[in-house]
Design a protein around this ligand. Structure first.
Ligand SMILES: *[C@@H]1O[C@H](CO)[C@@H](O)[C@H](O)[C@H]1NC(C)=O
Ligand SMILES: *[C@@H]1O[C@H](CO)[C@@H](O)[C@H](O)[C@H]1NC(C)=O
Length: 469
C-alpha cells in the first residue's frame, strides 16, 4: 500500500541515524478526512536512548578540536611573550644578526600557529553549525511542525499491540506526529553552513565602467585598533591579488612610531574584526607614514626619512624594487594638513599605480605621477594648483585625483578634483564624513569600489558611486 511505502521512506530517511530506532507507529483519522500517523519513540533525553550517532561523532570531533585549540593557544601565548621580549628594547632592532634571525623564525612560527588556529576555528564553527542543524531538525520533528494539527490523537483502539507499556503523557516519551505528507519530512542536509565573511555591498553597482565621483556613503567601521600604535595607520586589500593571497586578504600597518615594520594580514574583513592576524610580516625597512598600498601581490611603500619607494613582494617576502621618487619632498616638507609625515602618498585605481606628493619646483602644489609598478619609474607627471598642505587627504579614481577638505570636521567635503585626462582642476562639494574625527588615511580600492580609510583608530570603508561619463 502507498502509505506504507511513504512511511517506510519517512522512517528510513529521517529517523534512521537521527532518531531512536525503537519508534513505533500508529494510524488514525483526524476527523477531517485526513490520515494521521503518530510515531512514538523514547525521548533522546533518556539514557536508554543513545544520542544519534551523527551527533555523537560531531561531539567527539568537537572535543578533540577543543583540546587542539587549547594546546595551540598555549603555544601562541608563549611565543607572544618571546616575540615581545625579542622586539623590546635591546631586542632585534636591526643590529644583532643572530637575534634578528631568531626573531624572524619566531614570527614565522607564530604566523603558522595563527593560521592553524584560524583553520581549527573555522572547522569548529562548521561542526557547531552541523550540530545546530541536527538539533533544529530534532526539535522541529518534536514540535510536530510538519503537522498542522496540534492535538495528539489518543484513540485507544489504534494503540499498537505493545501500547500497554507506553505512557504517552510521561515526559519519558516524545511523540512525533505527522500527516501523510512526505514533504513535511523533507530531509535537512547534514551540511555545515560556511561562515564566510559578509562582503559589504559594493558601491556603484549601477555603473560598471569608470566615471566621475558623484557620491560617498556613510563610513562603516570594521575594526578599532586597541593600542596607541593604531591611532593612525593604513589598511588595504589588493585590487589585483596574486596567489597565495586572494581578494579578501586584508593588510594592516599601525603607523604610529618610528620603526613601523610589522605588516599584519587577515584572511578577510571578518577575521580583521575578530583581531587575529593570519600573517605577520616583519618588513626589512621601516615604513614612513600612511601612504602604503598593496597592488598585484606587492606592498609599495615609502622608506622612512627618505624619498625612496620600495616594492616588497608578499609572496617571496622579500624586497623586489627600490627607487627614488625624483625631487619629492619627504619627512615633513609637504605633508597633508594633519601632518604625520604624509609627504608621499601612494594610490591605486583602475588604471594603475600613482604617487601623490610635491616638490620644491612645484612649490608645495600637489604633483600626481603615474608609476611603473615593476620598476617604480615615473611614467608621467601632472602638477595641480592646490597646495598639498591645504588638503586633508587625497585619492585617485579612474585617473582623477580627489582631495578632502578636512580630516577632523565630522561633515566635510571632497571639494576638488583634477583630471589627468583633461589636465584641469575642478571645484566640487561631495559630502564626506570623518565620523571619528581624526582621519589619517584615505585610499580608493577599485576592486571593491570603496574608499578605505583610517579614522582615529577605526578602520572604515565608504561606498562610492561614480557617474558615467
Ligand atoms: C576646500 O576646503 C578647504 C577647507 O574648507 C578650503 O581651505 C579650500 O580652499 C577648499 N578648496 C577648494 C578648491 O575650494
Ligand atoms: C552630519 O551630517 C549628518 C547627515 O548627513 C547629520 O545627521 C549630522 O547631524 C551631521 N553632523 C554634524 C556634526 O553636523
Amino acid at each position: 500500500m502507498l502509505w506504507k511505502l511513504l512511511l517506510a521512506a519517512c522512517v528510513s530517511t529521517v529517523l534512521r541515524g537521527a532518531l531512536c530506532s525503537t519508534a513505533s507507529l500508529r494510524r488514525a483519522n483526524d476527523g477531517g478526512g485526513r490520515c494521521l500517523y503518530t510515531f512514538t519513540v523514547p525521548s533522546p533525553a533518556e539514557h536508554s536512548c543513545p544520542e544519534p550517532a551523527a551527533v555523537q561523532e560531531l561531539r567527539r570531533q568537537g572535543a578533540l578540536q577543543r583540546t587542539e585549540m587549547e594546546a595551540l593557544q598555549t603555544r601562541l601565548g608563549l611565543l607572544e611573550v618571546l616575540v615581545s621580549r625579542l622586539a623590546g628594547p635591546g631586542g632585534a632592532g636591526g643590529q644583532g644578526g643572530g637575534l634578528e634571525a631568531a626573531y624572524s623564525a619566531t614570527m614565522r612560527e607564530k604566523t603558522e600557529l595563527q593560521r592553524e588556529r584560524d583553520r581549527l576555528e573555522a572547522e569548529r564553527q562548521e561542526l557547531q553549525n552541523r550540530v545546530d542543524r541536527l538539533r533544529q531538525e530534532n526539535s522541529r520533528l518534536r514540535l510536530g511542525q510538519c503537522a498542522p494539527i496540534e492535538t495528539p490523537l489518543q484513540d485507544p483502539d489504534q494503540r499498537p499491540p505493545d501500547g500497554s507499556s507506553l505512557d504517552y503523557s510521561s515526559p519519558r516519551f516524545q511523540e512525533f506526529k505527522s500527516l501523510s505528507r512526505l514533504t513535511a519530512f523533507s530531509r535537512v542536509p547534514l551540511v555545515g553552513v560556511h561562515s564566510r565573511a559578509q562582503t559589504p555591498p559594493r558601491g556603484g553597482s549601477d555603473s560598471t565602467g569608470c566615471g566621475e565621483l558623484v557620491w560617498i556613503g556613510e563610513p562603516e567601521s570594521h575594526r578599532k585598533a586597541d593600542s596607541i600604535a593604531g591611532k593612525y595607520g593604513v589598511w588595504m586589500q589588493d585590487p589585483e591579488p596574486v596567489p597565495p593571497y586572494g581578494p579578501e586578504m586584508t593588510w594592516r600597518l599601525d603607523a604610529v612610531g618610528s620603526a613601523v615594520r610589522q605588516l599584519f594580514g587577515y584572511e578577510d574583513f571578518k577575521q580583521l574584526s575578530r583581531g587575529f592576524p593570519s600573517k605577520v610580516l616583519l618588513l626589512p625597512e621601516s615604513v614612513e607614514s600612511t601612504g602604503a598600498v598593496v597592488y598585484r601581490g606587492s606592498l609599495y611603500y615609502q622608506r622612512r626619512k627618505s624619498r625612496t619607494l620600495l616594492r616588497y613582494d608578499l609572496r617571496t617576502e622579500s624586497m623586489a624594487t627600490r627607487r627614488e621618487l625624483p625631487h619629492a619632498g619627504f619627512h615633513g616638507q609637504y605633508p597633508y594638513s594633519w601632518g604625520g609625515y604624509t609627504d608621499i602618498d601612494l594610490a591605486v585605481d583602475e588604471t594603475g599605480l600613482w604617487a601623490i606628493y610635491s616638490t620644491s619646483k612645484a612649490k608645495g602644489a600637489i604633483v600626481l605621477s603615474r608609476l611603473d609598478p615593476d620598476s617604480l619609474e615615473v611614467l608621467h607627471s601632472w602638477e595641480t594648483s592646490v597646495r598639498k598642505q591645504s588638503v586633508a587627504n587625497a585619492f585617485v579614481i579612474c585617473g582623477t585625483l580627489y582631495t578632502v577638505a578636512s580630516y577632523t570636521t565630522p561633515n566635510t567635503t571632497v571639494n576638488y578634483s583634477y583630471s589627468t585626462e583633461s589636465g584641469h582642476g575642478r571645484v566640487l562639494s561631495i559630502p564626506f564624513q570623518n565620523r571619528y574625527r581624526y582621519n589619517s588615511m584615505i585610499d580608493y580600492n577599485p576592486a571593491r569600489r570603496q574608499l578605505f580609510s583610517w579614522d582615529n583608530y577605526h578602520m572604515v570603508t565608504y561606498d562610492v558611486r561614480l557617474g558615467t561619463v
